[in-house]
Ligand binder design. Structure first.
Ligand SMILES: *Cc1c(COP(=O)(O)O)cnc(C)c1O
Ligand code: SF4
Length: 357
């Protein structure tokens, strides 16, 4: 199954198919048979799951859980609120806006895997929310908004589009004089690396006035393989940078050792950590969420000073009014008229002169 289309045709999305990859537990089987949710993965990613380990970090992102029925802390109609869809500004369904100069352009609700922790769960996974994905409508809106200089194409997964459709989308956006960059949010380098074909490389390659940037999503070091490394290298040779947007997930990557290994291993395959997101309060994913401070503590305890600076992502809470960064707060221990007392990752302190205005 070297072709990405075959990976999609043989999507692992029935109990029978899943049983060829893992020993399904009674609880998992109940979730699959009783819940109406959409689920599934590429065979490639399924093969990375631990056969006898229900707590396998990949398996937990792929296989539905009975816990998804519980919802104590999730916000009802989360996506409508989060993406400011309930405002007076008239926008097509496919455009989500939180900033003046950039928008998210949602082009589909199909993915190569249906992540159990997805913040668009209502739309993509559970599908109680329906939106219209009209690429022409989105392009028209962007064309009419010259203040937008950066378009983030997302979904669903836009890289499930054919090469022809992606080529069309990129060409139409590049015709707009006000656009300075195009970004894609796609999990394919991680869950469907076969997608990076010669054809796709032709679509993406070349130095153009309007560059293309990609962010993928990788949450655990086990997700990174030799095929990931090749796919990312191929993207880079097209002049496309690849960043990562991880989601902080309880029991998956919220311990210092895993968190550090993830960010170090991303760099070994040339993926630059960009964001770590707090797991958003969409309904039915309480069991993946940690306290908000957790991400900042992990940067303090596992990343800053402990490893290569390039391995450091920014930890953010993606809210309805934009992304809010949360930093570890130990750096400035004290300040007087003369100097600051600064603290490092080992707890050592040093003095630094305070310059008056
Ligand atoms: C995340 C997001 C962006 C991009 O944010 P950056 O911080 O520039 O990466 C833009 N628009 C929306 C609606 C978003 O959710
Ligand atoms: S790939 Fe992205 S949009 Fe699709 S299910 Fe996963 S998190 Fe959600």
């Amino acid at each position: 199954m070297d072709l990405w289309q075959e990976q999609m045709r043989y999507h692992v999305n029935t109990l029978e198919k899943l049983k060829t990859y893992i020993n399904v537990t009674d609880r998992e089987e109940r979730a699959i048979t009783e819940m109406p949710t959409r689920w599934g993965t590429t065979p490639y990613f399924a093969a990375l799951m631990g056969r006898d380990d229900p707590d396998c970090p990949i398996r937990r992102q792929v296989v539905p859980s009975i816990q998804e029925r519980e919802n104590t802390y999730g916000v009802p109609n989360y996506l409508i609120w989060k993406e400011n869809r309930d405002t007076s500004e008239i926008r097509p369904d496919c455009i989500a806006r939180q900033y003046i100069d950039r928008v998210a352009f949602t082009v589909s609700d199909a993915c190569a895997i249906y992540c159990r922790h997805c913040f668009r769960k209502e739309l993509v996974v559970d599908r109680d929310l329906q939106l219209r994905f009209d690429v022409e409508e989105g392009l028209k809106w962007i064309r009419e908004h010259p203040e937008v200089r950066d378009v983030l194409i997302t979904g669903g997964d836009p890289f499930l589009f054919s090469d022809e459709k992606l080529d069309y989308l990129i060409r139409k956006l590049r015709e707009m004089p006000h656009l300075q960059m195009i970004r894609f949010g796609t999990r394919t380098p991680i869950v469907l690396p076969q997608r990076v074909t010669e054809g796709l490389k032709k679509v993406l390659a070349g130095r153009h006035r309007v560059p293309i940037w990609i962010n993928t999503q990788c949450n655990h070091p086990k997700e990174i393989t030799e095929q990931t490394a090749q796919a990312v290298y191929d993207l880079l040779t097209c002049g496309v940078n690849v960043g990562n947007q991880a989601v902080l997930l309880k029991g998956i990557n919220d311990d210092p050792a895993t968190f550090r290994e993830l960010h170090q291993k991303l760099l070994t395959v040339r993926i630059r950590p960009y964001y770590v997101f707090y797991c958003e309060p969409a309904p039915g994913i309480d069991h993946f969420r940690t306290p908000v401070e957790k991400g900042a503590e992990l940067i303090r305890d596992a990343i800053r000073g402990h490893t290569t600076g390039l391995a450091q992502p920014m930890y953010v809470i993606a809210t309805n009014i934009g992304k809010i960064p949360l930093m570890p707060d130990y750096y400035i221990q004290g300040k007087d008229e003369k100097e600051y007392t600064l603290r490092n990752y080992q707890g050592k302190t040093t003095q630094w002169p305070n310059i008056p205005e």
